[in-house]
Design a binder for this molecule. Sequence first.
Ligand code: ACO
Length: 313
Amino acid sequence: MTAGILGLGHYVPERIMTNKDLEKIVETSDEWIQSRTGIETRHIASENEETSDLAYEASVRALSDAGIDGEALDLILVATITGDMAFPSVACQLQKRLGATKAAAMDVGAACAGFMYGMITAAQFIENGGYEKVLVVGAEKLSKITDWTDRNTCVLFGDGAGACVMGQVAEGYGIKSFELGADGTGDTALYQENELIRMNGREVFKFAVRQMPESSENVVLKAGLTKDDVDFLVPHQANVRIMEAARTRLDIPKEKMAYSINKYGNTSAASIPIALSEEVQNNKITSGDNVVLVGFGGGLTWGAVLLTYGRGD
Ligand code: ACO
């Protein structure tokens, strides 16, 4: 049995914050932000819009795309570092709202790599026959843990959610290889202190430009493929220069890499599923395409997957 994607959906809050808006809050400039990160705008949730609300909107779309109801789900995994509260988990809140009465539910904490951890965990349950349908969501309201007085970080982040229904797919489709990793010694590069994000940008940058290309290449080799077989790259949208490092290593043309950091900024665990959902919606990724998904995050953590997109039915 091979696990693959049955449906996708994403959602971002309505309110858009531009770089010009940020110029009024901290000492920065549109030119600095665009040239160092690629970010032009980000979406920010309203005060009464919580992470579970974003997750719910994305999940409804993914279930509809998969053609199933919440009742069909066996497991819900939500990757987030910004749950509404410590408990109940966002996954349990979703279980209730989606009417997923038979689903087990838990949150996954691996920061920006959380969606990769969730997706690979889901695949194990599906491939060993334990569960048939798993909803994997990446959802973040980073704006509530952003230090709006720190120009080193506040220009980078945005809110949003992406969701993916996973299940068994036909032979030749689905996940062909994966890689997961962690390095707890990097715990001072990116962490939370007094509720707020703290980051050593240069340390994270150095780690990410090494890890993203390496993991991308590893999953291609593990799948028994070559770079030429890769049709599309969906990297974590953290910084365009980091994304470019992965793209260059795989020799992929610009138009074959998901690029939404300009609109949404870094939405942490939500960035990969949002980007994937958009590229599929826009027919840039179609059935039979070999796609590399790759992410990294605080922990430090990382994860990558090579999958052949589509259900094959
Ligand atoms: N506007 C203007 N100037 C700024 C800003 C800003 N918003 N932020 C920092 N600067 C200044 C710095 O203070 C520094 O000034 P100094 O030299 O006088 O000290 C100068 O710009 C250059 O700083 P650098 O750190 O060298 O800038 P760099 O080119 O490395 O870009 C950045 C900084 C964008 C943060 C980069 O290091 C990066 O992207 N790092 C990775 C961050 C990342 O991906 N984080 C998310 C991880 S995922 C997760 O788990 C949430």
